[in-house]
Design a protein around this ligand. Structure first.
Ligand SMILES: Cc1ncc(COP(=O)(O)O)c(C=O)c1O
Length: 384
């Protein structure tokens, strides 16, 4: 195979647009100089739009997990009660972080592949009125589920004063997120998914209520102390040396998203989801989630062949990299990431390669059925 050729279609890291790559090659500037102030000043309003908030979004050099940990360590203290809704591997991670900080953790687990049910949260909050925060995952990357976060936030606000803390790492920037309107108190994302950047940055947006709680919280913290980031971002400066190259890239990726228009970005992701699902339904291979629960950014498929053997074949034949199952779903599914720098044209290519892979290692006789269904789904949509 052609050396260096790769079709990276895992749910992060995702491919990077050439103009973003180029932007990241700019020479360094001083992070206390005017150039950095201007850079942060230009990034801030665009980031707020992505999160649907008028409040500040802070940027930390660290992966998405650093953002999750910052959300925990800044809002609650050891011994306090929290509720973590677990719909897969990343909900599980939130619970592990909470346990690491000696919180009193209640978990509400769901079957992997299903979305949370907002109405089921109320009774737990009523039974445990001391719960200070509820943690949930917007897109559960391990299963391809998009949880109903708007409805969850509404239910929580009706029942309790608990903070609504959301892991939006694998979907913010690809699906609608309206923090202020929906009542989300903290939302976290990472750079390497819908924002079309390399890994290395996390973003944390907070409501007024969240920033008040963060100010008052006495839990010790230093690098992840959000108060430092919140204070300095308002002056367009970072508290520590920032990952400047990634910030140059971020300015460009935000500009790409803005020029497409966020509404259009969400529509494109919706279309890619529909094309992917139509293809596997036509081929006759089960999807892990229902249409209602499915995420526009990642699709999990349960093939009747060994998923890891299929992934190996696709990598060898086409340089196509898909993700496998995690933890409970290891060896049972494969996952296609379709977020960020990805279009319906990519979906046609991915499905076409997968059909050949299935023909080679499975008992699929006729190829082209999936591609045809994806093409039809594209034509049935009103264009993206
Ligand atoms: C939903 C979700 N949360 C958290 C993370 C963790 O992010 P990171 O690997 O950047 O620490 C990921 C990464 O895949 C994710 O998909």
């Amino acid at each position: 195979m052609l050396q260096d050729y790769q079709l990276l279609r895992i749910p992060g890291p995702t491919p990077i647009p050439p103009s973003v790559q180029q932007a990241m090659m700019k020479p360094m500037t001083g992070h206390r100089e005017q150039e950095t102030k201007e850079l942060l000043n230009s990034i801030r309003p665009s980031l707020k739009k992505i999160f649907g908030t008028n409040e500040e979004v802070v940027i930390i050099a660290g992966s998405g997990t650093a953002g999750l940990e910052a959300a925990v360590v800044n809002t609650v203290s050891p011994g306090e009660e929290v509720l973590v809704i677990v719909t897969g591997s990343f909900g599980d991670r939130f619970a592990k972080i909470c346990k690491a900080y000696n919180l009193h953790v209640h978990t509400l687990p769901y079957e992997w592949g299903s979305a949370l049910i907002p109405e089921e949260i109320s009774s737990i909050l009523v039974a445990h009125p001391s719960i200070k925060a509820v943690f949930a995952t917007y897109c559960e990357t391990s299963t391809g589920v998009l949880n109903p976060i708007k409805e969850l936030a509404t239910t929580i606000k009706q029942t309790s004063d608990a903070l609504v803390i959301i892991d939006g790492v694998s979907c913010v920037g690809a699906v609608e997120t309206k923090m202020d309107e929906w009542g989300i108190d903290i939302c976290v994302t990472g750079s390497q998914k819908a924002l079309m950047l390399p890994p290395g940055l996390c973003f944390i947006a907070g409501s007024k209520k969240a920033w008040n709680m963060i100010e008052k919280n006495h839990q010790p913290r230093f690098y992840l102390d959000l108060r430092k980031y919140h204070k300095t971002i308002q002056e367009n400066t970072p508290p520590f040396t920032p990952a400047l190259s990634l910030l140059y890239g971020l300015e460009q990726s935000l500009s790409i998203l803005e020029s497409e228009g966020l509404h259009q970005v969400y529509k494109r992701h919706q279309m890619m989801k529909e094309m992917t699902r139509a293809a596997f339904k036509a081929i006759g291979i089960p999807l892990l989630t229902t249409d209602k629960d499915a995420s526009p950014t990642v699709t999990a498929i349960k093939p009747d062949v060994e998923p890891d053997a299929l992934r190996k074949t696709l990598k060898q034949e086409f340089g196509l990299v898909l993700a496998g199952g995690q933890n409970n779903l290891k060896g049972q599914i494969f996952r296609i990431g379709h977020m960020g720098y990805c279009t319906p044209a990519d979906i046609l290519q991915i499905i076409s390669c997968i059909e050949i892979g299935l023909r080679k290692i499975g008992n699929v006789q006729e190829i082209g059925i999936g591609v045809k269904a994806a093409q039809q789904a594209y034509l049935q949509g009103d264009g993206v």
